[in-house]
Design a protein around this ligand. Structure first.
Ligand code: 5CA
Ligand code: ZN
Length: 409
């Protein structure tokens, strides 16, 4: 699938520090990416309503992660999917009286434009679930050969306990797993399943629903196996970072990891499981199903600078849940203007200590709020006392762009 464009990422003097990140599975901040090429898979949108601020916060967080890796000398291989066939998309198509493909194409295009405006580095491979169907069928077939799949009517289920490590990422109790599975698209109660937590890998065709003819049946992919097939095809295993919002930790990442671990008879699927906090609005998590959404495209249409949106997102630590507010956006608009004014002149206080400080903060689990404060401090020094370092303002602008993706010029 076509991805999107972003500006060239400036290369900064010297090298960033090795990135340490919180890992959901081990619940600690640990060093990432041992190899020269770092690999990252971030779960993409289900394109029936894009792009809300929660999506934007998640993809901007992983964009900062990628910038940190590049700054510390890694090449980055980044892959993302688009869940362009799934129940919510089909339900929306019925509600709007539109073809599901038309909705998916339209919303994916809005997402591309928003990502580009937010200066998010595009994935090297941007893969739709529909285009991955032959691969999904191959992976389901392989799981069948391994004895990890059984059928209920004509639907195919993965036995999650065929992976001895199942449950080790989120470490939830059985009761919690069953409850979250039911809440997030699972079917723990379905009769005929061997275990309530077993998950669908292939759904047989339903009347009036799209279906594909494959060697594992006429139907469509289950959700988790879609991401696993794409990640294994384009990145291999282990992935350095499997990313997404915290709403994906269970069941999506837990079940996907088990599928991959059985497929490859190896562990772990990912070295780090990295999860962003949920952005709320009007008192609830921003979600398509609830409909309490603030769209990036609407803000842009109303004349809001997308880089001010980016700054408003970066003012919150990526792992925390937080609420979007008009005040937060206004503060970001003002901050962006102050940064632009201070970096538009020819001299200022030295940029080197600021670069070192921002690198230090980002390398320690991406502390963007304090990194923004450090830049604020340089900006207020520059505005009140000036400074004699020729070129420092443009170096600071480069730093803001290279590490935080906030273009000032
Ligand atoms: N297509 C699947 C992943 S394979 C999916 O979850 N799509 S989504 O459109 O619902 O979400 C896309 C990404 O945005 C996911 O990583 C999800 O965790 C994240 N996300 C969704 N809502 C929020 C929110 N309110 N705050 C932060 N991140 C969110
Ligand atoms: Zn996914």
């Amino acid at each position: 699938m076509k991805s999107w464009q972003c500006d060239l990422v400036p290369v900064l003097p010297g090298n960033g520090l090795p990135l340490r990140l919180f890992d959901t599975a081990t619940r600690e901040i640990r060093p990432t990416a041992p190899g020269k090429t770092a690999t990252m898979y971030v779960c993409g949108i289900t394109p029936y309503d894009a792009t809300h601020i929660g999506h934007a916060a998640t993809y901007v967080a992983f964009d900062v992660l990628q910038r940190c890796w590049r700054d510390s000398g890694h090449d980055v291989k980044y892959v993302q999917n688009v869940t362009d066939i799934d129940d919510p998309l089909l339900e929306r198509a019925v509600a709007l009286g539109e073809d599901w493909r038309t909705i998916a194409e339209r919303e994916t295009e809005v997402f591309r434009e928003d990502m580009s405006a937010l200066n998010v580095i595009p994935p090297a491979d941007y893969i739709g679930a529909v285009e991955a169907i032959p691969s999904v069928a191959d992976h389901v077939g392989r799981l069948q050969e391994l004895g990890a799949v059984y059928s209920v009517e004509n639907d195919l289920y993965f036995s999650v306990h065929s992976d001895p490590q199942f449950g080790s990422i989120t470490q939830l109790s059985e009761a919690q797993m069953v409850a979250e599975f039911a809440e997030r698209g699972g079917d723990p109660e379905r009769a005929g399943k061997r275990h309530p937590l077993d998950c669908l890998v292939w759904q047989a065709a339903r009347p009036n629903e799209p279906a594909w003819d494959t060697h594992v049946g006429y139907g469509r992919p289950g959700w988790h196996i879609e991401c696993v097939a794409i990640a294994l095809d384009y990145l291999g295993m282990p992935i350095d970072v499997q990313g997404g919002g915290s709403d994906l930790a269970f069941p999506h990442h837990e079940m996907g990891a088990s599928e991959a671990q059985v497929l490859r008879s190896s562990w772990p699927y990912a070295r780090h499981y990295v999860h962003t906090g949920m952005v709320a609005w009007q008192g609830h998590k921003m979600s398509k199903s609830r409909g309490n959404l603030v769209f990036v495209s609407h803000l842009r249409r109303d004349g809001v600078d997308p880089l001010a949106i980016r700054l408003a997102l970066l003012a919150h630590h990526y792992r925390k849940d937080w609420a979007w507010t008009q005040e937060g956006l206004s503060a970001a608009v003002e901050r962006l203007a102050r940064w632009r004014a201070a970096t538009a002149v020819s001299s200022g206080p030295s940029a080197a200590p600021l670069l070192a400080r921002v690198r230090e903060l980002l390398s320690d689990d991406m502390q963007t709020p304090t990194a923004l404060d450090a830049i604020d401090h340089w900006v207020s020094e520059a505005s009140s006392n000036g400074g004699s370092d020729m070129g420092a303002p443009s170096q600071v602008a480069k730093l803001c762009d290279g590490l935080l993706g906030v273009r000032l010029a």
